[in-house]
Design a protein. Structure first.
Length: 343
């Protein structure tokens, strides 16, 4: 028997409407089950899930920034990998646990911007400053003007000398750029003050490095007030800072520095200063940098594993950059293992 012959016209329309409504609800329910909403993790959740961020996770927690990066907002995290931490001597969560809280907080704040900065928003320029959560310091992004392909180690973009290995990991509260080096903030201000405190930083964060600048400080003092004040100038400057062992490698101990003519020391020290902010990714092998020593130049060498700088008087004895890209408020410090000689 057909439906038409059983139901009156009014009830027939109501039955059809109810049937259509039920089918619609059933279909809608199926669609919701088949396509659940996409939940984008926060920056903290992304780092927690990343196998290459175990040490970063520990450092952020010690600094109290894990809470910040779990909250809503717009942040950019410059995320050093575990390999980056280990290269600096922070080889385990236990070692990070021994570092002073205030220092770890400053370092981690320097890795966080208070706004979202995608790779496409970084200008094609050198040393574009971006303020971080560390109150006294900006980081400096460099993107080559002719940006065509990525390098073998990641993107062609760098920040304070660290290469961005992977850009634009999206999170609900910002973006993550993975980097290959820890960034040290300009905690101590100008270049001279920072050089004076680098041994303390390394002693706390990388005690096996054995960095000391007593002979450099002696040379600056003997060279006089003009040399000392020039290193505190507004800049920006790049200073190739020879360690004590670097002086000794060229035969300069405390006695020889004390007996060297002041004018000679002034010329040698000026030869270690470049009147520009130069991070290591900005140089190419065979290029020259003009120093503050009456236009004299030093020659840069690069390879996949090292960067060297050679003075005119060093012959084939190149100096290795053993502590690259230490940022100060008025420039950058490159720690080297051999004194540069102008002639």
């Amino acid at each position: 028997m057909q439906l038409n012959s059983i139901l009156p016209a009014g009830r027939k329309a109501g039955f059809l409407l109810a049937t259509l409504t039920a089918l619609t609800l059933s279909f809608s329910s199926c669609k919701k089950e088949d396509n659940p909403p996409i939940v984008v993790p926060t920056i903290k959740e992304t780092i927690d899930q990343g196998s290459q961020f175990t040490l970063l996770r520990a450092a952020l927690k010690k600094a109290g920034l894990d809470v910040t990066l779990a909250a809503s907002g717009t942040y950019t995290l410059l995320a050093p990998t575990d390999d980056a931490f280990k290269a600096f001597g922070l080889s385990s969560e236990a070692v990070i646990g021994l570092a002073p809280v205030d220092l770890v907080k400053s370092v981690m704040q320097y890795h966080v911007l208070g706004s979202t900065l995608t790779a496409s928003a970084i200008p094609s320029a050198t040393n574009t400053a971006q303020q971080t959560l560390f109150p006294l310091g900006s980081v400096y992004f460099t993107k080559p003007v002719a940006l065509t392909t990525a390098t073998s180690s990641g993107t062609a973009v760098s920040v304070n000398g660290a290469h961005i290995l992977q850009a634009d990991q999206q999170a609900s509260n910002g973006v993550i750029h993975v980097i290959d080096r820890i960034l040290l903030p300009p905690v101590y201000g100008t270049i001279p003050n920072t050089i004076a405190q680098i041994p303390t930083i390394y002693a706390l964060l990388a005690p096996t490095a054995g960095i000391s600048f007593k002979l450099l400080q002696q040379a600056v003092t003997r060279a006089g007030a003009t040399t000392a004040s020039s290193l505190s100038a507004t800049g920006p400057l790049t200073v190739f800072a020879p360690t004590d062992n670097a002086f000794k490698a060229e035969g300069f101990d405390s006695t020889k520095i004390a007996n060297t003519p002041v004018a000679t020391l002034q010329a040698v020290l000026a030869y270690h200063v470049v009147p520009a902010r130069v991070y290591t990714p900005m140089v190419t092998s065979g290029s020259s940098l003009t120093t503050a020593a009456t236009g004299a130049t030093v020659t840069i060498g690069t390879s996949t594993t090292s960067i060297t700088v050679t003075g005119k008087g060093n012959g084939t004895r190149a100096s290795n950059v053993i502590g690259p890209d230490v940022t100060a408020t008025n420039g950058v410090i490159q720690i080297i293992d051999r004194l540069l000689l102008p002639q």
